[in-house]
Design a protein around this ligand. Structure first.
Ligand code: ZN
Length: 73
């Protein structure tokens, strides 16, 4: 197995890492509710995509009720 002959200096490692950057995510506005969402994705706030309701978004209370219903059944 090839091994490095010498340890890299701190500067060398740090210079390499100058290219490790966090990119700003591109965001789009939901035409249905106006909140920011990821482009080409369903809006997680209203569940709409291309002007149609694709998934049902439950509020905290609705989730709680659904869980209790499951427990009883
Ligand atoms: Zn929306």
């Amino acid at each position: 197995m090839p091994n490095p002959k010498r340890r890299h200096s701190k500067q060398r490692g740090r210079l390499r890492r100058t290219h490790y950057k966090v990119k700003v995510k591109s965001l789009a506005k939901c035409p249905q509710c106006g909140k920011t969402k990821l482009p080409h994705r369903i809006c997680l706030f209203c569940g709409y995509y291309k002007g149609k309701a694709v998934i049902e978004i439950l509020t905290k209370d609705q989730k709680k009720k659904a869980r209790e219903k499951k427990r009883k059944a």
